[in-house]
Design a protein around this ligand. Sequence first.
Ligand code: NDP
Ligand code: TDO
Length: 289
Amino acid sequence: MRVLLLGGTGQLGRECLLQAGPDLVVTAPTRRELDLAASGGIQALVAADPFDVIVNAAAYTAVDKAESERDAAFALNADVPGRLAAAAAAKSIPLVHVSTDYVFDGQKGAPYVPDDPVAPLGAYGASKEAGERAVRAASARSVILRTAWVYSPFGANFLKTMLRLGAERDVLKVVDDQRGTPTTAADLAAACLAIARHLVTHPDEPGGTFHFTDAGETTWCGFARAIFAIAGSRLPNVPRVEAITTAEYPTPARRPADSRLDCSATLARFPVTQPDWRAALAATLDRLL
Ligand SMILES: NC(=O)C1=CN([C@@H]2O[C@H](COP(=O)(O)OP(=O)(O)OC[C@H]3O[C@@H](n4cnc5c(N)ncnc54)[C@H](OP(=O)(O)O)[C@@H]3O)[C@@H](O)[C@H]2O)C=CC1
Ligand SMILES: Cc1cn([C@H]2C[C@H](O)[C@@H](COP(=O)(O)OP(=O)(O)O[C@H]3O[C@@H](C)C(=O)[C@@H](O)[C@H]3O)O2)c(=O)[nH]c1=O
């Protein structure tokens, strides 16, 4: 299977590349080779090569910065997916596009199913929601896969922030009133590649919008506490993690209070596995430390 992977240097992209086996030929242009924000090169790239499927792991992911860089967020998260989906449709190849729990406002009070109404609270979520609409409008056979709270040994993420701050401070204050599910980029990559493969081998099946996270739920504070509980003996300093409210941790972007995602439709339709988030965290810490 020949895969065009965008965002190969990001968290998800790197895990996709690590999981590519001999039957999976992945082409992953870097930003230097293809600046997605600037380029009209997407169409040319897709048109020129015989890819079986496209996986879009590229995005603008700086949630707070997006509030002051709205145009940059929309360029990457809305315009690029639209162009990519149009190029995929023109070649009749499927697209796996990754989106976020931040398209929801977090007020449902139960895990979101894919058809629930979206209502993003910030510019990042709004840009990703616009990207979803652009992908649907292009009529490619696409799977929009929403995920949440992604972390890995690579790049910038909450796990690495906690380990960095935990080495410097004795107390970390972390919000305990935002619920969701931490998800390793490795598990997400496995899901993306399984879905990509399924779309290629089942050409008559339609796409749609789906959810994938690791299994279970917690808060950011619960996530932080689990990090230090699991990794503590391997760290030079283990901070105390103090639970605070969102109001006590003001940020430029508002975030959903409860963005748990119901993944049952994904598990029923595609051959994906959903590891428990704590087991996945332990495995990631083993890789990182
Ligand atoms: N991180 C998270 O917590 C979550 C992420 N998601 C979604 O999952 C997907 C993957 O996220 P994640 O792996 O964390 O993202 P990262 O921020 O780790 O990676 C983003 C990727 O996009 C690339 N990129 C950004 N701008 C450009 C550009 N102008 N030209 C070319 N490449 C560019 C980056 O390249 P470079 O390395 O050069 O910067 C990088 O490869 C995204 O769609 C994201 O919205 C959904 C929920 C949670
Ligand atoms: C660093 C820190 C953060 N927090 C809070 C702020 C915020 O509410 C929450 C998470 O912080 P972060 O800024 O690390 O995470 P954030 O950038 O909001 O993570 C999001 O990224 C995008 C890309 C997504 O798509 C989402 O699914 C989600 O993973 O934790 C604390 O309470 N204490 C702290 O010391």
